[in-house]
Design a protein. Structure first.
Ligand SMILES: CC(=O)N[C@H]1[C@@H](OP(=O)(O)OP(=O)(O)OC[C@H]2O[C@@H](n3ccc(=O)[nH]c3=O)[C@H](O)[C@@H]2O)O[C@H](CO)[C@@H](O)[C@@H]1O
Ligand SMILES: C=C(OP(=O)(O)O)C(=O)O
Length: 420
């Protein structure tokens, strides 16, 4: 298992190129199941989750070709020969549940392992299943698997989501592209990744309107065809490196980053005293003064993203005064707190809120990554701390961040990956 060794205390300066979005790319790969023709995706992030999704598509019978030999452009196509998503892949990566809708739409059947909980929460998939049932699927749960059939295909309907679930919206949107008639998703998730997915599906011949708003309408079509699509930049990776500039008192240009996708994050950074500006296709983030404590509540888009909560916790741990972070999306997303406290932070958790009393400095320590974003909050703390931080269980980080040590080191960080 790899570890990172970080020597903190250096402001970061320079340029970081933001990669393709994990949370868009994963679903765009799944969209390849909706047509036998080739879907060519560029700006694919080279991260472990994408490798897992490739393996799942191959197991369904598709071929996934690495067009340039560097993993950045994938060509997906071929016939589906197997409609089962097995436990060993789904348990590794929850986004695997997204194959359910496309398999049902194309093959009228699917057997997908139930994903179960994960470190940050129980994460049920009831909204995915109820929505697909509304579209005509018959679903039973047996031996830890979802067995779904739609003998006569799916039929467009009005679906009202009780919560604007990202995954349920995407699963239903993909399924509805090949359903008979018109589907309306009410209280749909509004994340920019919805728009990226809808744009790609429309380029494949789908008829989707309203993605990015709370109501998405899909007119079903007979078949989808091949297309080419460039995956949007990763707004969470961008927000994460923005926190690296902020916590170290540095100045970073984040190429491909856009303030439009990060409204709530940019507002929060500015409230803490960080300067953020858009310069062409680059977001610039710098801090010259002290950090001020603020209150944050995570919410569905366009609210403050839960995927930026851990990184802000690290930032606010060295801000002047007290801050409060309330996590409303996942019930167990504070696992970085004890690790940050081991580095000298003063954070108390009360239910779904954490009170952070800013300290003057953090000190390096051996710490353990517990999930993807928590891993990066510990890197941020390590970059700001005096002395050496050793971060273990880096595999959590490798799920969703590409070339972290190279990107940070190029901007002056002292960070090294040690392979055991
Ligand atoms: C691969 C991917 O894109 N992951 C993102 C996606 O996850 P994901 O798609 O799993 O997130 P959802 O929006 O579906 O989940 C949000 C909340 O709704 C609950 N829920 C969801 C579905 C359901 O059927 N029943 C139910 O109760 C979940 O347990 C959670 O508490 O959106 C999250 C919220 O922005 C992000 O943190 C994740 O990074
Ligand atoms: C929670 C995340 O991802 P996933 O839904 O894949 O677990 C994340 O990207 O922070």
């Amino acid at each position: 298992m790899d570890r990172f060794i970080i020597h903190g205390g250096r402001p970061l300066h320079g340029e970081i190129v933001i990669g393709g979005a994990k949370n868009a790319g994963l679903k765009l790969l799944v969209a390849g199941l909706l047509t036998p023709e080739r879907l060519i995706l560029s700006n694919v992030p080279r991260i472990a989750d994408i490798a897992t999704m490739r393996a799942l598509l191959v197991q369904h019978g598709l071929s996934v070709e690495d067009v340039k030999g560097d993993g950045s452009t994938l060509s997906i196509g071929g016939d589906i020969t197997n409609t089962e998503a097995p436990y060993d892949i789904v348990s590794k990566m929850r986004a695997s549940i997204l194959v359910l809708g496309p398999l049902l739409a194309r093959c009228h059947r699917a057997r997908v392992s139930l994903p179960g909980g994960c470190a940050i929460g129980t994460r049920p998939v009831d909204l995915h299943l109820k929505g697909l049932e509304t579209l005509g699927a018959e679903i039973t749960l047996e031996n830890g698997y979802i067995n779904a059939v739609a003998p006569h295909g799916l039929k467009g309907e009005r679906i009202i989501l009780p919560f604007a679930s990202v995954g349920a919206t995407e699963n239903l949107m993909m399924a509805a592209t090949l359903a008979k008639g018109r589907t309306e998703i009410i209280n749909a998730a509004r994340e920019p990744e919805m728009v990226d997915l809808a744009n790609c599906l429309n380029a494949m011949g789908a008829r989707i309107h309203g993605a990015g708003s709370g109501t998405i309408t899909i007119e079903g079509v007979e078949a989808l065809h091949g297309a080419e699509h460039r995956i949007m930049p990763d707004r969470i990776e961008c927000g994460t490196y923005a926190c690296a500039a902020a916590i170290t008192g540095g100045d970073l240009r984040l190429v491909g980053g856009h303030v439009d996708h990060l409204g709530a994050v940019v507002r929060a950074l500015e409230e803490t005293g960080v300067e953020v500006s858009q310069e062409g296709d680059t977001m610039r983030v710098r801090r010259t003064g002290a950090l001020r404590g603020i209150d944050i509540m995570t919410e569905p888009y366009p609210g403050f993203p839960t995927d930026m909560q851990a990184q802000f916790m690290a930032l606010l741990s060295v801000a002047e005064g007290a801050s409060m972070i309330t996590e409303t999306i996942f019930e167990n997303r504070f696992m970085h707190v004890p690790e940050l406290n081991r580095m000298g932070a003063r954070i108390n958790v009360h239910g779904s809120s954490a009170i952070i009393r800013g300290v003057h400095g953090l000190s390096g320590a051996p710490v353990m990554a517990t999930d993807l974003r928590a891993s990066f909050s510990l890197i941020l703390a390590g970059l700001a701390a005096h002395g050496e931080t050793i971060l273990s269980r880096v595999y959590h980080l490798d799920r969703g961040y590409e070339a972290v040590e190279r990107k940070l080191a190029a901007c002056g960080a002292q960070i090294e990956r040690v392979r055991d």
